[in-house]
Design a protein around this ligand. Structure first.
Ligand code: BGC
Length: 713
């Protein structure tokens, strides 16, 4: 059993395997043991891989370094069209086939009976690593039960451009929050015998011209903003790294030795598998020598071309050995040989979404919903006695579309609980009635709102992989719809189902706004609970919401989508990504990073900083001074001395707390040398600039409540 596999999870997994496949996973019979001595789980993964490699021909190894396209996989697995990637096994050497599926919001790619969880930007909005770990554990077990060995998640690309079509699919604009969230997901996923894949390495920050665009970014910014979440993922033991489409400083990421060798293997100490994004391999020799191990999904540049390169000596057999070793060691380490999933065809129709998974999906949706505005007395709804609620807008559950997931490879098909029936049922319990309009006719919607006690308008944007959003406005005339409804009824509540920031020209006219993101299949249950106060909106923004299209860190066409028809994206904003830019340039955002209201209020006091060598403990008291139980996310930012050349403040710690009214808790956050370090591109190392570091504790990046300092060294 690989280290770290949770006993309960594996026990449950093995049970399913035993009944579904009629085999007890991990039991290698005597004949197998004689033929394949590396099947003995008592040996270390690297010893097993070395033994196996010694028994392999070059062609055996080459066969492991490329996938076969899904159409072929379909025939060999006789399951359904459910694997987005497939590497054939080698039965004579006891090597199992490897199956790969997305991803970040649940096991997707057309799998049936899996849970559609809230999207990653929502996961990050919970600032709840324990819950994220539960999500990962559930995701990994669902993967295993569906016959999936490799989960293509998490995506940790930093939200540099709010219009990015995949903004919803990653963890927002801050490297620390992204890294912590990713580590929790990875630890959870890999408590099962599956491999997690952190992606897309690196700097895959836009969809416009995504296959070719060169992200031209300086080395310090790379190390301080774009790479740290990958480093944290490696520290969390991630099995695989997916290299990105596109180029970093004019070198394609999947053949870039500076990224794949110097940084990933050298600086981060990664020992696992590097696979290409789907179609992100651009060469044979350069890629093999540059650090790519596995071409996905087919054999365009590896396969016969790589065999030829080995035959001519253009690629050495040592390189092929190293590539195959990375794959095999990871498979041994993560239990792929010892805990084969159930026979794939037999689980094609199985529903593996358990009540426990469903409740993780629901809790994530509730905890990720960010309350952006709440005029006194608006939320939670306190109606009763036959009041009427007008529920308006497509995402409430009109038409064929749902707005619970983003589009593209991470999409998970599941039947979504729509808001309208959930709110109707909950209102009935309170003695209220619901009337509804799809919002296609703003006049009709306004008339309905006028004759109702309150109006709840659902609005959406449609983010999807493969294209960026044209701008930050809500599409399809929804601003006009909201304005019309707000004019008709001052008690208008807007629920946003968006994958990222949107503009809100109607903000002053509405009574309340919540950002519910793409909330996954428990959509309606979560928003009904929040509106009626059965649950609180627990989220905090993992990304700044700008006040206009222009007042953003990436505002020139050279920055995004890039000069020469999006060939060259200049990262001229450097370190000033997200709130770092707003702070430095003193630009007021619409809503700042880290922001989110609660149904109760909290006070912060008693800041103490304790030093032990190079480590620090920052402690303070958070008290619920409101009338309801609720949660808060106190955040710790560090403001470096001017000589360090850093943005005004950077997130270095946070903690989600839940408190009953009148109760307080002592929060202690750890800082280490890295919390105060800057990357020196000349010495290629982290160093602490001497000086005074300010410690800022607050309820958001723009709501600092406590201040202290630390002198370095
Ligand atoms: C995406 C990856 C995904 C892969 C397989 C690519 O287009 O960029 O994130 O894992 O497809 O679906």
């Amino acid at each position: 059993m690989p280290r770290g596999i949770g006993r309960a999870v594996v026990a449950a997994a093995l049970c399913v395997a035993a009944s579904a496949a009629g085999l007890l996973a991990g039991a290698a019979d005597a004949r197998t043991a004689a033929r394949c001595p590396w099947m003995s789980p008592t040996m270390q993964p690297n010893v097993r891989a070395a033994r196996l490699l010694a028994a392999m021909t070059v062609n055996d190894k080459l066969a492991l370094l490329t996938g076969v396209v899904p159409a072929t996989a379909l025939q060999v697995t006789d399951g359904g069209p459910v694997f987005v990637g497939y590497v054939p096994g080698n039965p004579s050497l006891c090597i199992p086939a490897l199956t790969l599926d997305d991803g970040p919001s649940g096991i997707g790619n057309g799998q049936l009976g899996t849970t559609a969880f809230p999207v990653p930007i929502a996961q990050a909005a919970t600032w709840d690593t324990a819950l994220e770990r539960s999500f990962g554990r559930a995701l990994g077990l669902e993967a295993w039960q569906k016959g999936v060995d490799v989960v293509l998640a998490p995506n940790v690309n930093i939200a540099r451009v709010p219009e990015n079509g995949r903004n919803f699919e990653a963890f927002g604009e801050d490297p620390f929050l992204s890294g912590q969230t990713a580590a929790a997901a990875i630890e959870g996923i890999q408590q099962n015998p599956v491999i997690a894949t952190v992606k897309h390495f690196a700097v895959n920050s836009q969809e416009t011209n995504r296959y070719y665009v060169s992200s031209n970014v300086d080395d310090r910014t790379l190390h301080e903003i774009y790479l740290p979440p990958f480093e944290t993922a490696v520290q969390a033991g991630v099995g695989a790294v997916m290299c990105a489409y596109g180029q970093v400083n004019a070198v394609f990421a999947c053949q870039d030795p500076a990224l794949l060798k110097t940084v990933l293997r050298g600086e981060f100490g990664f020992r696992g598998l590097v696979m290409s994004d789907w179609g992100a391999t651009w060469s044979t020799v350069q890629s093999a020598d540059g650090g790519l191990d596995l071409e996905m999904p087919g054999a365009k540049f590896f396969g016969p071309a790589l065999a030829n390169a080995v035959a001519t000596g253009a690629v050495t057999t040592e390189t092929i050995d190293r590539m195959a070793r990375h794959l095999l060691v990871t498979m041994f380490q993560r239990g792929i040989f010892d805990h084969p999933p159930p026979a794939r065809a037999s689980v094609y129709l199985a529903d593996v979404s358990t009540p426990a998974d469903q409740s993780v999906a629901l809790r994530l949706a509730e905890e990720s919903t960010v309350l952006l505005k709440n005029a006194p007395g608006t939320l939670p709804l306190r109606l009763g006695r036959g009041k009427s609620i007008a529920v308006i807008g497509a995402p409430a559950g009109f038409g064929d579309m749902t707005y619970a997931s983003g589009g593209g490879s991470s999409f998970v098909s599941a039947s979504v609980v729509a808001p309208l029936p959930a709110i109707t049922a909950r209102a009935a319990k309170a003695g209220d009635t619901v009337v509804s309009a799809d919002g296609s006719d703003a006049g009709a919607a306004a008339a309905l709102a006028r004759s109702s006690s309150v109006a709840v308008v659902f609005a959406y944007d449609q983010e999807r992989e493969g294209q960026d959003r044209p701008g930050l406005e809500l599409p399809a005339g929804q601003d006009q719809l909201i304005e019309a409804v707000a004019q008709a009824n001052p008690h208008t509540i807007v629920v946003l189902d968006t994958g990222g920031p949107v503009l809100m020209p109607w903000l002053d006219e509405v009574a309340a706004v919540t950002e519910a993101w793409y909330p996954g299949e428990r959509d309606g249950d979560a928003i009904a609970a929040i509106l009626f106060g059965d649950a609180e909106p627990g989220g905090r923004l993992p990304e700044t919401f700008p006040s206009s299209d222009a007042a953003v860190p990436v505002a020139t066409p050279d920055q995004w989508p890039g000069a020469n028809d999006a060939q060259d994206a200049s990262f001229s904003e450097g370190l000033d990504v997200g709130y770092r830019w707003y702070d430095k340039n003193k630009v007021a955002p619409l809503f700042p990073f880290g922001y989110g209201l609660s149904y109760t209020t909290f006070s912060y006091s008693h800041l103490h900083v304790h030093r032990t060598g190079s480590r620090f403990a920052v402690s303070f008291t958070v008290k619920n001074v409101g009338a309801r139980a609720g949660s808060d996310v106190p955040q710790l930012y560090v403001d470096d001395p001017a000589a360090a050349g850093e943005p005004p403040k950077q997130l270095k710690g946070y903690q989600r707390v839940f408190l009953r009214p009148g109760r307080s808790v002592l929060v202690t956050l750890a800082l280490n040398a890295r919390s105060f370090s800057q990357w020196n591109s000349t010495s290629r190392s982290w160093a602490v600039t001497p000086g005074l570091y300010r410690i800022l504790v607050g309820a958001s990046s723009r709501d600092i409540r406590l201040r202290g300092f630390i002198r370095q060294p």
